[in-house]
Design a protein around this ligand. Sequence first.
Ligand SMILES: Nc1nc2c(ncn2[C@@H]2O[C@H](COP(=O)(O)OP(=O)(O)OP(=O)(O)O)[C@@H](O)[C@H]2O)c(=O)[nH]1
Ligand SMILES: [Mg+2]
Length: 470
Amino acid sequence: MNERAHPRLCVVGHPNRGKSSIVSTLTENDSVSISPESGTTRSADAFEFELDGRVLLTLIDTPGFQRARQVLSWLQRESVSPGDRPNRVKAFLAEPGHPERFPDEVQLLRPIMEGAGILYVVDGAQSPSPLDEAEMEILRWTGQPRLAVINPMDTQAHQQAWERTLGQFFQWVRVFNPLTATMPARQALLRAVGELTPSWSEPVQKLMQGLAVRDQRRLTDVSEALAAYWAEQLLKSVPVQIPGAIGRQRAEAVLRQSLDEHETRFFERLRSAWGHHHRSLERQSPWELDSDHLMNTETWYLWGLKQRDLLWVSGSAGAATGLALDAGLGGTSLLAGAISGGVLGSVGGWLASRELPGRRFGWLPLARQRQVMGPVRHPNFPLVVMARALTFTRQLWLRPHAERSAVVLRAEAEQWSREDQVRLLGWAKRLQQGRWQPKHQDALVSWVQAQLQLSLEEAFAQEESTSWVL
Ligand SMILES: Nc1nc2c(ncn2[C@@H]2O[C@H](COP(=O)(O)OP(=O)(O)OP(=O)(O)O)[C@@H](O)[C@H]2O)c(=O)[nH]1
Ligand SMILES: [Mg+2]
């Protein structure tokens, strides 16, 4: 198949209707400029969606029409048969002076007349107007493949009126909300693109297969990374530098900070791996993990990890006001200290080498003589670390690239069965006691993968049950 045969679509519509938002979400690119102000997009810019280095879709973001009525009256000035209308549009483009008089129209009609399809965006909250009709009529004159998208914006008050109108000008009409769309909504829209013209059917199928393969790989990768992150948090400890209570207090503060920083790092890693680079995301990011989020029982309640729901907690409920840290000499703590002290470099390496931490690092010199704070032994801790990580992973996964607000870590209870809780706590215990084996690692990764898959499928099913397909 010719490399250039992938679909190219020019995104057209009135200012502020969510054109750029649609481009951003469909191309998974958060560098597309979006803002509540009209006229944000000032020139026609192409954005490509690539998988494994191959361009599979190009969307051309445009400012839309500025002088649609004048253009239409120029086109209609001469009587032409329907079959000659595309030539009339070409004549419009070739007319001297038009690039200066109609810069926006020329910018958007040129790529269309060079073979791009049309993705026309309307706001479902506003009723169709004569100006819209002029735009749609011009687009019909181009004779190019055409798809209309109703962006529900705030309400879908005029959806039916739009459906009746759009149906007269476009081959397909779809409802698509770029701020909430996840994979099923994107797939539905892409399917419609694939049906616009026979030559796009195969490239769109390839694109959809590519996305499915990419997401499967992403699921495997993130499950391994999340399992590794969880294990590292559970093994984290810091050396106590000064003897006595003050030394312990300081070490405890350092440990808390290190846990928070690690959580933030994991979150940031996912964020940039999945293309959410936008600056406002960083600036507004509410990850204030310098407070005692992880250790605070209030937070556990927030996370739905109520004590009565947890196993083993009653035995240590007295300690549930905060920390149950293990400041000990030698043994596992010591080993864990060595690991989280950066000797390992990356847990990915450990996962890949499939070596037991105990065997690999047991020989470390001098470590035996250092006193360490940690790892955290509180029985809620493994559950809280896992619940938080699974939640922000899911939130990031489902986040469309047009959504630029801060990621707010929502309090969502994990519906873990007793059995799941026991398994997690069992793994935590093994890790902390140095009885961790590759088979446990495999089981943990599979468990994480199943959890993520389930929650993503739930979100997709929910999206499919809403009325985004006409
Ligand atoms: N509530 C809501 N807001 C949306 C939706 N889609 C886009 N917006 C918001 O509408 C505003 C305009 O979105 P853009 O994507 O910049 O619109 P545009 O059509 O490219 O605008 P111009 O480039 O100015 O022509 C932004 O603040 C978006 O966040 C939607 O489905 N619902
Ligand atoms: Mg725009």
